[in-house]
Design a protein around this ligand. Structure first.
Ligand SMILES: [Zn+2]
Ligand SMILES: [Zn+2]
Length: 284
């Protein structure tokens, strides 16, 4: 901090304060005083906040509803809450909405054939992430159109009107227009529009990160026949999904963390819902 004594006069020019001291002009760089700069910073924070909110809302729907509930059936929900989370997933994932039944079938194959040629998305059979995700998308689309391999006794959530609408071009175009309009109200620089594809492809991007890094990068707590890894010791980025090695060892365990330092942020939320008697575990 610089203290200026004996200044002769001050004046404000374009939001900055000019202090004249012994005939010389000294600019006081008051960060909070420059209104334009302050406004720009606020807009940047809104941009980061919206991106983070969308990331974690979409991710929570994927790990909680699509993965742990629809694919594994780790817990059961009352019907109204099942519908509420279905709708939330539809809204949070928007143009990249993942059909819960198709997601569940694809994921069940991932566990059944993990890191073999029949695995729908093993990184050990593709040279790039995009090639892996293209094949995953083709398999997923085939399951959306004609579901095969439904397991008897397993509940697969469906909502025919929403599921049909999600396969149409009008659904995609509607979301794209809405995203562009919403972004135009808060972006402060044109480069921020580069993040529009991230919003549009939020679900598949998160899936690709888990599928690729969760089976190539990280440490192993358990020696398993597959190549699963725990990529992050503290997985705050993907809410526990990057503990693939732990998850493959005990696929029905609601808590993906095992070691004392590992944190699965989704688990406490599930425990809270259980405490509130809004869900019950399939296995106790
Ligand atoms: Zn896996
Ligand atoms: Zn799984």
């Amino acid at each position: 901090m610089v203290l200026i004594n004996n200044f002769n006069s001050t004046e404000e020019v374009q939001g900055s304060t000019i202090v004249r001291c012994a005939g010389n002009e000294v600019f006081l760089l008051l960060f909070s005083y420059n209104k334009n700069l302050w406004k720009l910073c606020m807009m940047n924070w809104i941009f980061v906040l919206v991106l983070a909110l969308h990331w974690y809302l979409s991710l929570f729907c994927q790990t909680f509803y699509l993965h742990r509930y629809a694919a594994h059936g780790m817990f059961r929900l009352p019907y109204w809450l099942d519908r509420a989370f279905y709708l939330l997933t539809f809204l949070a994932q928007g143009p990249s909405f993942l059909n819960p039944r198709a997601y569940a079938l694809l994921h069940q194959d991932h566990h059944k054939f993990s890191d073999t040629e029949k695995d729908p998305h093993s990184p050990h059979y593709y040279t790039t992430v995009s090639k892996m995700m293209r094949k995953t998308f083709e398999d997923y689309q085939a399951l959306v159109r004609s579901p095969e391999g439904l397991r008897a006794g397993h509940y697969y959530p469906t909502w025919p009107i929403l599921d049909r609408f999600a396969t149409t071009w009008s659904h995609t175009v509607l979301w794209l227009v809405m995203y562009a309009l919403i972004m135009s109200t808060y972006v402060s620089a044109s480069w921020q529009y580069l993040f529009l594809p991230v919003h549009i492809l939020m679900g598949p991007i998160q899936g690709a990160l888990v599928n690729w890094f969760g089976h190539t990068l990280g440490y192993r707590n358990f020696e398993l026949p597959d190549q699963s890894r725990n990529t992050l010791p503290v997985d705050l980025l993907l809410m526990g999904e990057l503990y693939q090695n732990n998850h493959h060892q005990r696929p029905m365990d609601v808590n993906f963390a095992r070691r004392w330092f590992e944190v699965d942020p989704t688990y406490p939320i599930i425990l809270l819902l259980k405490q509130l008697r809004l869900l019950r575990f399939s296995q106790s």
